[in-house]
Ligand binder design. Structure first.
Ligand code: FEO
Length: 400
């Protein structure tokens, strides 16, 4: 049968993933301006095997792809590497079409299958390092807890040296025609979306991600089939290196200045600081208005740039609420390789700088001693101080 909807990969492994350009927010909170894909794989053979499913809203496309490959044959097994509903919520429809299918997964996922979908029957449990023969194919399973959920695992086929890596090595963005790493301009588009995905979704589990990457480092891998983003057949080392760098929280020479401003005074201060960063020799500078920028992009910038400067106006004796929310999220991310800077606008009550300082002290952050607080609109001398502060941060970043 011709492959018009699905894409052959190799040795009877087919790409049957789907694109989602309708859902505005991943997990209900991370913007998807470029959509997201839910990758799934079908192995046709003595037994027909699916590895990872798709989200329910794309089931129609999905079933058409399956049918294109196997026609009226049945699916014998579904291997579930990860239970998050973007990869499992089509299961009800699939079980209606293929009621005798056996599900292969681990103990933690079995509990979640029951909890989420009330599926309890026809399940084969696999354990860490176990090899299972399904028809003429043989798979080995490795647990990768917390990357991204506690039940997450990966599936490796030694014969084809293929790693079905679930969320690991994934990224945001639909696959618009090109499926493989050698069919897309990865650095132009997917690199940014992979970085944001890693930091938003996996970032707080970076330690576990590193452990998982070390564990997988012993495998001979020629093909990586993740559940989001391109399939890696040409240069799988590249995505392994990108993920390893992200998991290690390696930072680049640059600074993000995030400000919260009600009437523009804190914004002017932030721009003076940014001018100082530039005068200090820094070229990679980003200014972010916290009121207009999704947490998704703020966290992504903070993770990547060595320098982070937070400037907040005071709001009813306290921090600007969006800044308070950002600080709460930063503490969940456990970032460890940044140099921090803070400044505040006093308004009529103060409160911003006082709370930024407390947050930095409580979290034992590496923060610069210069911490400016300005009443109302910055005057000439205060603008000079803010520019000097930017220069100081640039020196810290570049001399490190
Ligand atoms: Fe793509 Fe953690 O699900």
């Amino acid at each position: 049968m011709e492959n018009l909807l699905s894409v052959p990969i190799k040795n009877d492994i087919y790409y049957i993933g789907t694109n989602d350009r309708e859902t505005p927010l991943f997990e209900g909170m991370w913007p998807l301006p470029n959509g997201v894909c839910y990758n799934s794989y079908l192995i046709k053979g003595e037994k027909n095997i699916i590895i990872d499913l798709v989200r329910a809203n794309t089931t129609t496309d999905y079933v058409n792809k399956i049918k294109e490959i196997i026609g009226d044959e049945k699916i014998d097994y579904i291997i579930i590497n990860h239970m998050e509903p973007d990869h499992t919520s089509s299961i009800g429809s699939i079980l209606e079409i293929y009621p005798d299918v056996k599900i292969v997964t681990n103990k933690k996922a079995i509990a979640l299958l029951d909890a989420y979908y009330h599926v309890e029957d026809n399940i084969i449990e696999v354990k860490e390092g176990e090899t299972l023969k399904l028809g003429d194919r043989e798979f080995t399973f490795y647990m990768t807890p917390m990357v991204h959920w506690p039940e997450s695992m990966v599936t490796y086929e030694e014969k084809t040296k293929t790693l079905f890596s679930q969320d690991i090595f994934g990224g945001f963005g639909t696959l618009d025609g090109g499926i493989f790493d050698d069919e897309v301009e990865y650095d132009r588009f997917y690199l940014e979306e992979t970085t944001r995905y890693f930091i938003n979704i996996v970032g707080k589990y970076a330690g576990q991600a590193l452990k998982a990457l070390n564990k997988l480092g012993g495998l001979d891998i020629e093909l990586i089939c993740p559940v989001h983003g391109p399939v890696w057949r040409d240069n799988p080392e590249k995505i392994i290196d990108i993920y390893t760098s992200l998991a290690k929280q390696e930072t680049i020479d640059g600074c993000v200045v995030i400000y919260g401003s009600m009437y523009g005074n804190t914004k002017v201060m932030a721009e003076a600081v940014a001018r100082g960063l530039s005068e200090g020799g820094l070229k990679n500078i980003k200014l972010r208005d916290i009121s207009k920028t999704s947490l998704s992009y703020l966290l992504s910038d903070i993770w990547r740039y060595r320098g982070v400067i937070l400037g907040s106006c005071s709001y009813d004796n306290n921090l600007f609420p969006p800044m308070e929310y950002l600080l709460t999220e930063i503490s969940h991310q456990r970032m460890k390789n940044n140099i921090w800077g803070i400044f505040g606008s006093y308004s009529w009550s103060g409160g911003a700088l006082k709370n930024l300082k407390k947050y930095m002290e409580d979290g034992k952050y590496n923060v610069l001693d210069t911490q400016l607080e300005i009443k109302g609109t910055a005057n000439h001398d205060e603008l000079e101080s803010l520019i000097d502060f930017g220069r100081e941060m640039a020196n810290e970043i570049l001399n490190k």
